[in-house]
Design a protein around this ligand. Structure first.
Ligand code: PLP
Length: 237
């Protein structure tokens, strides 16, 4: 499909997504301004990412360090938030810390310690979210729910990272009903952690919901949805 046509589609998709977000907020008695809509850019032509920014998206999510390094100069970021949402290897931390505002995928003291060290060297405090493996999938990153409180306590000691909340990627192979239960379970965990009031740890952001379930996620209490294919079309790898 030609690029001009795809640009128009992205604009239409974004209008629809903003409308759906607004409706989901109405149904759950929430203020739409509390919900951030992230454009997930993996495999997407930077020209189309810029269309999304032009259409009012204020936050982008990057999965891969190399891909981001190759594309970042083509983005027209104007006060746009940039979050890292992929699996992060310790040896890539140095490259990413100076380029992003938040790392959403912290799930170990080891990774946190590396981010803390590299951020300190830049005189920066890095915002992070802790990734939770809410569906308990063996192959997936993220801390198990029962170990979350302990991890938060350990992270509270780092001076150059600031925990701002939680992130999750639920299992894909579940029914809509099962997925809804998982989203609600995750929200409950988020509320439980708010209640624990761990020193120096903020519980403001719950990053949950993707193209297939962002409406349910918002209705369950998410305040940051990460959207790729519904915005940009099916990914071509
Ligand atoms: C790819 C990706 C998304 C977006 O997925 P879609 O289903 O295309 O919306 C969201 N979050 C993470 C962490 C991703 O890797």
């Amino acid at each position: 499909m030609d690029l001009e046509k795809r640009k128009l589609e992205v604009v239409e998709n974004i209008k629809r997504i903003f409308y759906e977000v607004e409706k989901a907020c109405e149904r759950s008695d929430r203020n739409p301004e509390e919900v951030q809509v992230m454009a997930v850019t993996k495999t997407v032509d930077p020209v189309l990412v810029n269309v999304a920014l032009e259409a009012g998206v204020k936050l982008i999510g990057e999965n891969r360090v190399q891909e981001f390094l190759g594309k970042k100069d083509q983005y027209s970021l104007k006060g746009t938030g940039v979050h890292f949402i992929g699996h992060l290897q310790s040896n890539k931390v140095r490259q990413i810390v100076e380029l992003v505002d938040t790392i959403q995928t912290v799930d170990s003291v080891k990774l946190a310690s590396e981010i803390d060290k590299r951020s300190k060297a830049l005189g920066k405090v890095m915002d992070v979210l802790v990734q939770v493996n809410i569906s308990r999938e063996e192959s997936k990153s993220g801390v198990m729910a029962e170990n979350l409180h302990e991890l938060l306590c350990e992270l509270s000691g780092f001076k150059s990272i600031q925990v701002q909340g939680l992130m999750t990627i639920p299992a894909f192979d579940r029914t809509k009903e099962e997925n809804k239960q998982t989203l609600e379970q995750m929200y409950q965990l988020f509320i439980d952690m708010q209640g624990k009031n761990v020193d120096n740890i903020n519980m403001y952001t719950l990053s949950m919901g993707m193209s297939g379930d962002y409406v349910d996620a918002i209705e369950s209490g998410s305040n940051l949805v990460r959207i790729g294919s519904s915005m940009f079309g099916k990914r071509v790898y």
